[in-house]
Design a protein around this ligand. Structure first.
Ligand SMILES: NC(=O)c1ccc[n+]([C@@H]2O[C@H](COP(=O)([O-])OP(=O)(O)OC[C@H]3O[C@@H](n4cnc5c(N)ncnc54)[C@H](O)[C@@H]3O)[C@@H](O)[C@H]2O)c1
Ligand SMILES: CCCCCCO
Ligand SMILES: [Fe+2]
Ligand SMILES: [Zn+2]
Length: 383
């Protein structure tokens, strides 16, 4: 077995109501002035103000930056950094989903390392630890609250940059499902399918390990057992808590085994059309696994079993086909759009989307290599 590494934040708090003690930890870490990085919706819902009041009661003052856009941009990071420096904050707290966490990571990293977030595209390009980041998660989920990844859209090139850097790992991650009760059904569906994609891609990845396998398969079975309920009954706290654990465990898997062509291709759709990450993953997932099926058949049969399929007596290829069918059924049951055309993707853009997908770091661990023509045909199959 080759040498492997396992990245995870040093402290991860989970469970209904854990936010209160998490805020206490901000004070006991010694921080006294926080920049809260969130987005306009979370801010308008009053969630950021509530967090500010909890922090104030614990002895920590704060200022809110509500400028993290979905698919956060270089401009968002620069604006947030300016506010952090003007307000002389000593820590960053992200409040929201992956967009808020990634924007906050970009702010915290450039606050200590200087330059532009563009300078850190690639693997471990930074020299110093970021300003301490506490990630309070409200979607389940991208797992950005616990990963060493930061995805920032370069609005000039219209591509999502992957900053893969241990220094963007949050100090503390917080998953309180009480903050997830208000997620609308489509957002619950999209983020849940993002988590499933993380687990499946990590499980078929060429960088999978026994640790990431255990996390991935457990995440798959929790998602199979709870996502439909979380979409249909948003106030079901048990289903929300289960999905929070599933998103986190899928994060443990891909934070260490990375991903595959689903993400490499989905990132292009996010960067080019500003489409929601989880929906892009959900539409592409069955098509990429169809492309991988011959090479990853036995792995996909394991995933089928974790999805609840009775695979006894099936060949590996039959198991892989059953896995792909079960993913399609789950997607349809929770209202995910069936094709990319419905999302506004244009055939004439596919060549540039495919060329950029082949440059995305996520593709490096896909179990099957692909040519430009292969990626183009997968995009067209998903139309
Ligand atoms: N860094 C990583 O490891 C990683 C992994 C996967 C995805 N991502 C990135 O994360 C981004 C997507 O994040 P996301 O899918 O969490 O969505 P998001 O953060 O973009 O949020 C989507 C919308 O949902 C709203 N929302 C969030 N929580 C809510 C709640 N509890 N109740 C009501 N509304 C709520 C937000 O205000 C926003 O309007 C993409 O940019 C993607 O590239 C990063
Ligand atoms: C190389 C891994 C990048 C992870 C991005 C998840 O959307
Ligand atoms: Fe992603
Ligand atoms: Zn993802």
């Amino acid at each position: 077995m080759t040498e492997t590494t396992f990245f995870i934040p040093s402290l991860n708090m989970m469970g209904a109501g854990c936010l209160t003690n998490a805020v206490g930890n901000v004070y006991s870490y010694g921080f006294r002035r926080a920049l809260i990085v969130t987005d306009s919706v979370m801010n308008s819902l009053g969630v950021a103000d509530k967090l500010g009041a909890l922090l104030a009661a614990a002895g920590v003052s704060s200022v809110i930056f509500p400028g993290a856009q979905p698919n956060p941009t270089v401009g968002n990071v620069e604006a947030g950094l300016a506010l952090l420096q003007q307000e002389q904050c000593d820590c960053v707290i992200s409040l929201g989903g992956g967009s808020s966490h990634d924007c906050a990571k970009g702010i915290a990293l450039t606050a200590t390392n200087g330059g532009s977030i563009r300078d850190y595209e690639g693997v471990d390009k930074s020299a110093k630890a970021q300003l301490p980041l506490i990630a309070i998660n409200t979607t389940a989920g991208t797992a950005s609250e616990m990963t060493r990844f930061c995805i920032i859209t370069d609005e000039q090139r219209m591509v999502k940059m992957a900053i893969v850097d241990r220094n963007v790992t949050p100090l503390l991650s917080v998953n309180d499902p009480e903050l997830m009760l208000g997620k609308p059904p489509m957002l619950t569906a999209a983020t849940g399918m993002d988590a499933l994609t993380h687990a499946v891609e990590a499980y078929v990845s060429v960088a999978a390990t026994p640790i990431t396998d255990a996390c991935a398969l457990k995440a798959v079975s929790i998602i199979a057992g709870n996502l439909r309920t979380a979409v249909a009954e948003g106030n079901n706290l048990a289903a929300r808590e289960a999905m929070a654990y599933a998103g986190f465990m899928a994060g443990m898997a891909f934070n260490n085994a990375s991903l595959g062509f689903v993400h490499a291709m989905a990132h292009q759709l996010g960067g080019f059309y500003d489409l929601p990450h989880g929906v892009c993953n959900a539409v592409l997932l069955p098509h990429v696994e169809e492309f991988n099926a011959d090479i990853a058949a036995s792995r996909l049969k394991d995933v089928a079993h974790a999805l609840g399929v009775d695979t006894l007596g099936m060949s590996d290829r039959q198991g892989a086909d059953a896995c792909i069918a079960a993913i399609r059924r789950l997607s349809a049951d929770i209202g995910i759009p069936s094709g990319l055309t419905q999302l506004g993707v244009k055939d004439q853009d596919i060549p540039i989307l495919a060329a950029n997908a082949l440059k995305d770091a996520c593709g490096l661990t896909n179990p099957r290599r692909a040519s430009q023509a292969d990626i183009e045909s997968i995009f067209r199959a998903a139309a």
